[in-house]
Design a protein around this ligand. Structure first.
Ligand code: AMP
Length: 117
């Protein structure tokens, strides 16, 4: 599988090991690591290893990868013994996206209110 890493992308650098991270899970397609500023007792991110900018760039060509990420989220949460959790992906600055590399937040371990802010 060929991976595209965007120069100067923070999460591409994490995938390449150029910036340290606390790994949760890894396979040939995706990487999961703990969020540096946790918003819940359990807060990790799952990202594609290849660069995709956001949920706004999901296409028929990469949809299987996104589906794989969701099955990985199920696998990780099951292994952690977590049954109640939230998966969030912010798309665009107005929605709160601060890192322009597709990522899914997985949050758990406290009451999560709805709607989000
Ligand atoms: P978002 O604001 O939705 O784009 O989410 C980006 C997330 O990446 C935030 O929750 C940050 O705390 C997290 N983050 C930024 N830099 C790092 C890093 N070096 N290691 C782990 N998480 C990070």
């Amino acid at each position: 599988m060929s991976l595209f890493h965007k120069p100067d992308c923070l999460f591409c650098k994490i995938v390449k090991g150029e910036i340290p991270s606390k790994k949760v899970y890894e396979d040939d397609q995706c990487y999961a690591f703990y969020d540096i500023a946790p918003a819940a007792p359990v807060h990790f991110l799952v990202i594609p290893k290849t660069h995709i900018g956001s949920c706004g760039e999901i296409t028929p060509e990469n949809e299987a990868l996104v589906g794989h990420i969701f099955s990985v989220i199920t696998k990780i949460t099951r292994e952690m013994g977590i049954t109640d959790f939230r998966v969030v992906s912010n798309c665009g600055p107005q929605a709160g996206q601060s890192v322009p590399h597709l990522h899914f937040h997985v949050l758990s371990g406290r009451d999560l209110t709805w709607p989000p802010g």
